[in-house]
Design a protein around this ligand. Structure first.
Ligand SMILES: [Zn+2]
Ligand SMILES: [Zn+2]
Length: 327
């Protein structure tokens, strides 16, 4: 198979020929049809996450078709289209797994970080962590749902029953979740990089009731805010933007340091929370409601060999929506 391989941190991915992977008894192998590009992939390349497996094939928004299957896999079949997300494996036995919080497992494997991902023509996954996708929807449009959609969904659930909800950072996740939130009857307030009128117009086109720079206060206080951007300096702004008792949810896996802030903006029972990973139940819940919402996913498509360009464009904010690689 061919893959875009990260051999060393802080370096470009390299187009590499590798031996075709063979699935173990509990695994499936897919022919990759599309793989989304997530900000987490940049954090892996930049060495901002501890202990990556190296060399590693990044990519954890994989849409693929099963072409080989392990002997003990029962619920999936050759030819089936599946999605392979970030959570690639859990031990099933630790205290978190036993309390239905497998997203916090003590011994997890993560696709494209500690096990090989989907920037490749083939990928192998633990069958228990793959989602059947059926045949509705294109490979390209489904790929970003598998992390941006799914972990965004978990963030939205954790934000609670907020009528007015702010999104700080309006990229792949927020553009999907804005549509979900609107479908749920919420009002979305979109915060972009200051002066980014293009992204503000994009947010309004998806139904946001207000869009402005992250340096601006919203026109009225919000019930909750989700911080998608990896920018710790946004946290005090978001706390100031929510009502008493309001929640601020950090949706990313990595964030720059949060500056010191006065206790008064947290007091009055405001809550600051983070979201880590996903559970398989999150995936099932989200993939069930996504077709009902009729999410329109805006994608920027690149050939697999241009993964470095896709990552560079994501870093620079050069496109709206989500980047997707096609082998
Ligand atoms: Zn566990
Ligand atoms: Zn991701």
């Amino acid at each position: 198979m061919k893959a875009m391989l990260l051999n060393r941190l802080h370096s470009r991915l390299e187009w590499t020929e590798l031996r075709d992977p063979q699935p173990e008894a509990h695994e499936i192998r897919v022919k990759v049809l599309a793989c989304g590009v997530c900000r987490t992939d940049l954090h892996v390349v930049d060495g901002e996450l501890p202990d990556p497996k190296l060399p590693i094939i990044p990519g954890h928004e994989i849409v693929g078709r099963i072409d080989a299957i392990g002997s003990s896999v029962q619920d999936l079949a050759i030819g089936e289209r599946v999605g392979i997300p970030w959570l690639g494996h859990t031990d099933g036995t630790c205290r978190y797994c036993l309390m239905q919080r497998e997203n916090l497992c003590e011994h997890p494997l993560f696709t494209g970080y500690t096990r090989n991902g989907g920037y490749a023509t083939m990928a192998v996954a633990d069958a228990r962590f793959a989602f059947p996708l059926g045949e509705v929807g294109t490979d390209i449009a489904l790929a970003p749902l598998l992390c941006a959609g799914l972990i965004g969904w978990r963030s939205l659930v954790i934000a609670g029953d907020a009528k007015k909800i702010g999104f700080y950072g309006f990229g792949a996740a927020a553009h999907i979740l804005a549509q979900v939130a609107r479908w749920q009857g919420r009002q979305v307030y979109a915060f972009t990089r200051p002066g980014d009128k293009t992204t503000q117009a994009f947010a309004l086109s998806l139904g946001a009731v207000w869009a402005g720079g992250s340096d601006e206060p919203p026109p009225e206080l919000l019930d909750a805010a989700i911080v998608f951007a990896p920018v710790g300096a946004l946290i005090p702004d978001a706390l100031r933007a929510v009502v008493k008792g309001g929640r601020v949810v950090c949706a990313g896996i990595h964030m720059s340091d949060i500056p010191a802030f006065p206790y008064s903006i947290l007091w009055e029972e405001r809550q600051l929370l983070s979201v880590a990973n996903l559970t398989r139940q999150d995936g099932l819940d989200f993939l069930r409601i996504a077709p009902q919402v009729g999410i329109s996913v805006k994608t920027q498509v690149y050939p697999l060999q241009q993964a470095n360009e896709a990552l560079g464009d994501l870093r620079a904010g050069r496109f709206e929506g989500a980047a997707v690689l096609i082998p």
